[in-house]
Design a protein around this ligand. Structure first.
Ligand code: C2O
Ligand code: CU
Length: 508
């Protein structure tokens, strides 16, 4: 479907030598905290909400003067893109229009796209299959069932071989689902807008490299890693958020291409983990710090009632092995406690959050239910990023799983100085162990991405369903994914190539 006149772009030069020197980076804590707008449906009917999003190039002022504006690619021309808020039991239809230029102005590639809703059990043809690409000037309609437990998802680009570049340019956004169980809990609620009564806060953390001109620099160090020295939270550098003396819920998403973080509060106060990739935790867990690899989501409650009005708390990054740290990446954002709580409720965190009763909830699965164990070895071989020695081939399936089978998947990272955040599409899993030891305190919940550190072996347990078809599994260091640390598996017999299934056209 050719929809739009194609935008022409003049090539511009941005070289890695133009990188802002460390000593000239903008000072942290000069920018007010913001959150992305909530997407508005273009129409609704009895069963679904319909959205229309346009991926386009925009020039936005990300860094303060004297730095110039930054060219981004974004859903509706903003990054992060608009947050979609959906209700369990109601579907979502999104028309994704690729209005990106024919060529990336600096890198020169053609920005073909495929949109993946990460965390959703979508049908394969709506799952962002890497080779099911939409060309600039075309669109694709996606359908999401929203039939899982309430959770924090995110939609981001998944176009084959350009996922890292498209996501780095800004094609990433949050997507929240809610349900009756979540509604019944007295946890902080209300999408944050800076006004009293809104304590549910999306927090997308990523790093980036900027040129003196203000433009982004994409430097993946020979297809290894992209380690930026500027931290962006919801698209702005090291912001400051004004908070009341009460509890807030943060939906923390690590949207970096390669960087892992170990997050902690400068006050020494604990954080309470209440949710994971696959929704609410079985029970809250207090931690002093926690580690997050790319694509993981942690829902965290911070209680600023522990602080006095006038105090400032920095969200710090203590660093993780194999992520290059700069002085500038040791700070993420700052919270300034500006007033007492404006409401009496101040919320509480119940000791049981999510009984995990659904058939696809992994938390009550037992290892004894597993019909097999599969091993997946992640390693760099002859300069290529491989899984079990092979690279992405859309025609080759590496596993056939029976519909509703329970399996143990074992992810092995054989070292070399890399961490691999391993993501399995379609399913939620629970982590059984790391090198034979229990999972970390902060990762005892339903997940779809496991951070596999150097020389670690991580075992996870899942039931494969409720859909049949071809689904991807890959490293979510997007530089590794693009070159070509990705495979796919079939659920149920005779998975059809998702790129060959014609979607319905709800707008036609
Ligand atoms: Cu968030 Cu296959 O990706
Ligand atoms: Cu990797």
């Amino acid at each position: 479907a050719l929809l739009l006149p194609l935008e022409r772009t003049a090539r511009t030069q941005v070289s890695v030598r133009d990188r802002i020197p460390e000593g000239r980076l903008p000072r942290p804590f000069r920018t007010p905290f913001v959150v992305p707008p909530v997407a508005r449906p273009v129409r609704t009917d009895a069963t679904a909400d319909y959205y229309r999003l346009t991926m386009r190039r925009a020039r936005v002022q990300i860094l303060p003067a004297p730095f110039g504006p930054t060219t981004i690619f974004g859903y509706n021309g903003i990054t992060p893109g608009p947050t979609i808020r959906a209700r369990r039991g109601r579907g979502t239809v999104v028309r994704q229009i690729n209005a990106l230029p024919q060529r990336h102005p600096v890198l020169g590639y053609r920005p073909t796209t495929s949109v993946h809703l990460h965390g959703s059990d979508s049908e394969p043809q709506y799952d962002g299959w890497a080779d099911d690409v939409t060309q600039p000037g075309e669109y694709k309609d996606y359908y999401y069932p929203n039939d899982q437990d309430a959770r924090t998802l995110w939609y981001h680009d998944h176009g084959v071989h350009h996922t890292a570049q498209n996501a780095y340019m800004g094609c990433a956004a949050q997507y929240h689902t809610s349900d009756d169980l979540e509604d019944s809990l007295p946890i902080p609620k209300g999408y944050w807008n800076g006004r009293p009564g809104h304590y549910d806060v999306p927090l997308m953390i990523r790093d980036a490299i900027f040129a003196n001109s203000g433009e982004l620099i994409y430097d993946d160090e020979s297809e290894s890693n992209l380690m930026g020295d500027v931290i962006l939270v919801n698209g702005v550098p090291w912001p400051v958020m004004k908070v009341e003396r009460r509890k807030y819920r943060f939906r923390i998403l690590n949207a970096s291409l390669s960087r892992g973080y170990r997050l902690a509060l400068s006050s020494g106060d604990p954080m309470t983990i209440i949710g994971h990739d696959g929704g609410l935790a079985p029970a809250p867990v207090e931690v002093g710090s926690f580690r997050t690899g790319p694509a993981e989501r942690y829902e965290v409650v911070i209680d600023f009632a522990r602080r006095k009005v006038g105090e400032r708390v920095v969200l710090r990054n203590l660093g993780v092995p194999n992520s290059r740290e700069f002085a500038s990446t040791q700070r993420i954002m700052r919270f300034d406690v500006v007033s007492d709580a404006t409401d009496a409720a101040n919320n509480s965190i119940p000791s049981v959050l999510n009984p995990g009763e659904g058939p696809y909830s992994p938390m009550n699965l037992q290892t004894s239910e597993a019909v097999r164990t599969r091993r997946w070895v992640f390693r760099r071989k002859n300069g290529l990023w491989t899984i079990n020695g092979r690279t992405w081939d859309p025609a080759r399936s590496d596993a056939s799983v029976g519909l509703d089978d329970v399996e143990v998947w074992q992810f092995e990272n054989r070292g070399g100085g890399w961490n691999h955040p391993v993501h399995v599409h379609l399913i939620d899993f629970r982590i059984l162990d790391r090198n034979g030891k229990p999972p970390f305190a902060w990762e005892r919940g339903p997940k779809d991405t496991a951070y596999v550190g150097e020389n670690e072996t991580v075992r996870v347990l899942a039931r494969f369903g409720p859909r049949r078809g071809k689904y991807m599994m890959h490293c979510h260091n997007l530089v590794h994914e693009d070159h070509d640390m990705m495979t796919h598996f079939d659920v149920g017999p005779s998975g059809v190539d998702p790129a060959t299934i014609d979607p319905p056209r709800p707008y036609d």
